[in-house]
Design a protein around this ligand. Structure first.
Ligand SMILES: [Zn+2]
Length: 286
């Protein structure tokens, strides 16, 4: 899954064929703990291994970490959840609404599949000379952590549909993300975090394994780092117990890639502060 999706994700940076829509798929990190016991970075690409039972840490008690409040339009206004999935996914939107609002997100449907994998994607179409068309957000409700995956995909949605503004023509080339000064503080904080530093180190050690190296390159890319940081930010700032528990599952997984795809609490502190500042600058949080 990872290899295929990462390759598709690679299409994003290439010039679009003139006049032809390009569907961009934003993959989520792979499920489970990767390949237990594999040498460095056992969570590489490949078929999904049987998950090794891992004793789950207890979710931390809800302690408000910030007195700040959301501002702007609730994000929940922008996602249409099928009524039969409201009980599962509604609380994720409630958690997001507790943390921040938004300015100009388009309204899109949530489309649910039942594959047993941790799959999610933001489906958009890019046509040269036209604004990005936002089609849907797809998600499986049978993965190990559907709620955290939804928060991750909404992170992509908030980035592309909201933070970068209505001038979506600029986004035909995703390198714009690198150049937007709004992200500067967040990018610097993430780049100096232990998790990302360690992932890059593992990539060096895995340099002879092209699949591993490719997967880590995807994990440390701005776009997916953003979505993972966003999901963790929502978990810690909302105090939502389900999101916190699923976050712990990722961090305690056996695969060294996957375990480092989310940050330890101490490592995430500055990243969360940088995201506070970003949402404040946007006027989406007090
Ligand atoms: Zn992603």
């Amino acid at each position: 899954m990872t290899k295929r999706l990462a390759a598709r994700f690679g299409l994003v940076g290439k010039p679009n064929p003139p006049g032809s829509p390009l569907v961009v798929i934003k993959p989520t990190p792979p499920p489970g703990g990767g390949s237990p016991g594999a040498v460095p970075g056992g969570g590489g690409p490949g078929p999904k291994p049987a998950p090794k039972p891992t004793p789950l840490p207890k979710a931390r008690p809800v302690v408000p970490t910030s007195a700040h409040k959301p501002l702007g339009t609730p994000v929940s206004n922008s996602l249409i959840i099928p009524p039969e999935h409201q009980a599962l996914f509604g609380p994720v939107l409630e958690a997001i609404d507790l943390v921040h609002g938004d300015g100009n997100l388009p309204r899109i449907p949530l489309s649910i599949s039942n594959t047993p994998h941790e799959e999610g994607s933001l489906n958009i179409a890019i046509k040269k000379g036209f604004p990005i068309r936002f089609d849907s957000l797809s998600l499986s409700d049978k993965g190990e952590r559907p709620e955290l995956t939804l928060a991750h995909e909404i992170g992509h949605f908030v980035e592309i549909g909201g933070i970068l503004g209505p001038d979506n023509r600029r986004l035909q080339n995703y390198r714009m993300f690198n150049q937007d000064p709004k992200f500067e503080e967040w990018k610097e904080t993430v780049a100096s975090s232990d998790a990302i530093t360690q992932l890059k180190h593992i990539r060096q050690l895995s340099s002879t394994d092209r699949d591993h190296a490719k997967f880590i390159t995807y994990l440390v890319s701005d776009h997916d780092t953003w979505a993972r940081a966003y999901a963790q930010y929502i978990a810690v700032r909302s105090g939502d117990l389900t999101l916190l528990l699923q976050l712990d599952r990722v961090r305690s997984s056996q695969g060294s890639f996957v375990a480092r795809s989310q940050w330890k609490d101490s490592d995430f502190k500055n990243i969360a502060a940088a995201l506070d500042n970003l949402f404040r600058k946007l006027g989406w949080r007090e």
